[in-house]
Design a protein around this ligand. Sequence first.
Ligand code: GAR
Length: 207
Amino acid sequence: MKNIVVLVSGGGTNLQALIDAEKSGIIQGGKITCVISSKEGVYALERAKNSNIPTRVIPRKEYSDSVSYSKAVLAALDEEKADLIVLAGFMTILDECVTSKYAYKIINVHPALIPSFCGEGYYGLKVHEAALAYGVKVSGATIHFVNEKADAGAIILQGTVDVEKDDTPEILQRRIMENVEWKLLPKAVSLFCQDRIEIADGKAYVI
Ligand code: GAR
């Protein structure tokens, strides 16, 4: 059984999708053993507690820079003996001290079709605002490995939704979450836990 550590910063609907998928047997070969939040008081922590999953809070605001914050996160991940780290709405970029030690062991969900609307500054609703401002007709979400560059690691799974004429960022966000994120994130986690993701030439393939 792989130890899955989920990192969160907010409402935690993707965390909930993972919890539900574990309970219903969709996630095979892994168990969520800890939830780490970068903020106190977020609802994701309640979701973890409701399912008796141990939680830790490592507040980003208590650290002066990304390196010192990442070192604290790294120590927690090591203590938790993490086999897989899932960034599920985690709004902080982790330094290379984490991404190199856990190379191809950190999975992120990004709410757009990478390489569009991604990288530093593109997170949460800002991503959907940018997609609507550009006028794209299709958007979606990407599940990918995390490397030292923001949203640039190997893509594992992507899924799409149509963009409708009257969409607001909130409506588009919800459509992408319901139709793509909440389905593909648990799927990718299960594939990882069953050793069914292969890396070749820096790209990820499902086997
Ligand atoms: C999700 O849409 C996720 O894809 C996005 O934030 C939302 C978090 O929702 N993540 C990013 O933008 C990361 N760059 P949740 O807390 O309800 O899972």
